[in-house]
Design a protein around this ligand. Sequence first.
Ligand SMILES: NC(=O)c1ccc[n+]([C@@H]2O[C@H](COP(=O)([O-])OP(=O)(O)OC[C@H]3O[C@@H](n4cnc5c(N)ncnc54)[C@H](O)[C@@H]3O)[C@@H](O)[C@H]2O)c1
Ligand SMILES: [Zn+2]
Ligand SMILES: [Zn+2]
Length: 360
Amino acid sequence: MPHLVKGVVARSKGEPVSVETIEVPDPGPGEVLVDVKACGVCHTDLHFREGAISDEFPFLLGHEAAGIVEEVGEGVDNVSPGDFVILNWRAVCGECRSCKRGRPWYCFDTHNATQKMTLEGAPLTAALGIGAFAEKTLVAAGQATKVDSRAKPEVAGLIGCGVMAGLGAAINTGEVTRGDSVAVFGCGGVGDAAIAGSNLAGAHTIIAVDIDERKLEMAKEFGATHTVDSSKEDPIEAIRQITDGNGADVVIDAVGIPSTYEQSFFARDLAGTVVLVGVPNPEMKIELPLQEVFGRGGSLKSSWYGDCLPSRDFPMLIDLYLQGRLNLERFVSETISLEDVEEAFHAMERGEVLRSVVIL
Ligand SMILES: NC(=O)c1ccc[n+]([C@@H]2O[C@H](COP(=O)([O-])OP(=O)(O)OC[C@H]3O[C@@H](n4cnc5c(N)ncnc54)[C@H](O)[C@@H]3O)[C@@H](O)[C@H]2O)c1
Ligand SMILES: [Zn+2]
Ligand SMILES: [Zn+2]
């Protein structure tokens, strides 16, 4: 029997979201029905509701979630009812040319549930193939990873997007290691996770850059050794000064707009790495001197989901958290209910929160 549950829907571009009754099918082959316990509000949800990612409205928002497996479909053997799981938006296929080359974190054919959840009979587009601002959601089995159930849901869910994206941008994509200097543009949930990841990896200098003083204060709690308010000073100059005139070994752009990308490009040392993790919109363009692209060497990379492998990385990050080595609780600025998601977008835009987390 399909389940009628409450979910947060974006019906059309730029319109406030609303809580609606949606229909969630029983799991079919390879699918899992999850009783959602917590789901963080990520900036990407706001990008969806602004129509900046696609125009496949209506969207069922929410994708940074943890919950309990309620029912599994035929052939599912990685999770069972009662398991505490974190949901992921890149269930690797194991078959595509990237998976076959041993690089499953780049999988070119990630998959979601086959059946659609619906609103008044019309199919919903689940944000990032999850749709977890809902009491229950339907995902592909590979999108659910079992983790230690001693972790609090509101904390565990954050690993399902922002924390993994930021941490992985530093550790996996940027390959930050002991002794590196790192600069991070944008100290929201994603940027602060990149700072925490750089700290875990042993970076020596970690420079937080933001245009909001409050965010810079928070960044220090995750391990930033220096802060730069780029609304008041030139961040390229400031980063060079902090790094003996050289620039940072790894610069992570967790804003994703042309100005921060260009600043990141020029704030890195020779042979350094730029990692773009912030999501640009379709109109954005950059202009860079090609000679500098060549002459500075190094690499310009993009990081989707922190180049993670959920089955490898989620349980590991939960263990680090349970051991007290990764302060995930600090990311949770407030816990809210489904009705508060629209207001949480505004709190995010006003720069008041790292993460508002819906508790169900
Ligand atoms: N690549 C991925 O896999 C992935 C995953 C999750 C989120 N994201 C993206 O990462 C970005 C950040 O997400 P978030 O949830 O941390 O957002 P957020 O809104 O919480 O944080 C953004 C931060 O950037 C700062 N900022 C804005 N303009 C700036 C500028 N010009 N210079 C310096 N700082 C500036 C803001 O003050 C804020 O602190 C978003 O674009 C989001 O869509 C990417
Ligand atoms: Zn694949
Ligand atoms: Zn997200």
